[in-house]
Design a protein around this ligand. Sequence first.
Ligand SMILES: *Cc1c(COP(=O)(O)O)cnc(C)c1O
Length: 382
Amino acid sequence: MTQAASLSPIPFIDLGAQRRRLGSSIDEAILKVVDHGGYIMGPEVFALERALAEFCGCKEVVTCANGTDALALILMAKGVKAGDAVLCPAFTFAATAEVVAWVGATPVFVDVHADTYNVDAASLAMGIRKAKEQGLNPVCFIPVDLFGQPADYDMLEPICTAEGLWILSDAAQSFGATYKGRKVGTIGIATATSFFPAKPLGCYGDGGAVFTDDAELAVVMRSLRVHGQNNDDKYDNQRVGMNGRLDTIQAAILIEKLKIFQDEIDARNRVAARYNAALDDVVDVPMVRDGLTSTWAQYTIRLRGADRAEFAARLKAQGVPTAIYYPKPLNQQTAYKHYPSAGNGLPVSDRMAIEVISLPMHPYLDEALQDRIIASVRAALR
Ligand SMILES: *Cc1c(COP(=O)(O)O)cnc(C)c1O
């Protein structure tokens, strides 16, 4: 191999490879929508909802405009309001807490485990105590299945049950994963996911969905996503809602991508297994707990004391891109730092933000590219 070829940049996510695999099927699906003209709530939207329900085994799917709206629809439908506290991790994407503030409630941040990056049950219990001390009414907990691995539900659920909290699962990164035989989308009272292009199941723009077995909740969310309209009389708005629909074209694209999604998840798992085997003597590799599967939305390692900026620069010089999810936990961010946190600060979240770095991860990363990335990581740490 020539020097130039070995240094050609590797994409962090390769949507082009997926498009080549899908051939003309997506183009045809888009053209069909353009021809029939049902751009808003066309037949593909309902066909996708049925296909998603079948994929994860839940009763109701309500598609919507993005993952943030999916979270918001659930909080709005449940009537979460000012004076309520919603517990969530600090080590997550801002949308998890943003929606809580939208409805006037207070996010209370809790800490995560260093090995899975998901919420630590002991910290959740402390966060609930903190919320009560502040005169808030804790009503809901949003576990985030970070980087594609389901949270520790068997440890978290009993605490929520004992305290009267219901669970909204933020599965923006984990749709397609499993928890001890249960598919993501069937855990908690409702689950939100995102079809942002970089998520494991992404469309060609913004999209999202809510999964639930609660038919009454689904009726309310279907109303809320169209300005709170009466599902039978569209000129009588029953509640204050939003414009939160999924475009028909995005639904048509997702129907095609869903057909190969399980195969893509399997491919991501093969990449992760190979990375883990080749790197675990030099960095802290991500671990998936027994009985769980991940969608590997990100493959995130931790450096054992090496300088992260220097490490990233060395990889970049080899054509290997990296990304940092997340450089600042929410408890440190300008818009969120005034909200309460569990206990005395969130030491693990703070440390993760300093140590983590994510490597290229997608289903079309062949073994030659994996080996180049592995060799670059090892060289950068020497
Ligand atoms: C991406 C993401 C969201 C938001 O999804 P959008 O479709 O971008 O609105 C929410 N939570 C988490 C954890 C995410 O990764």
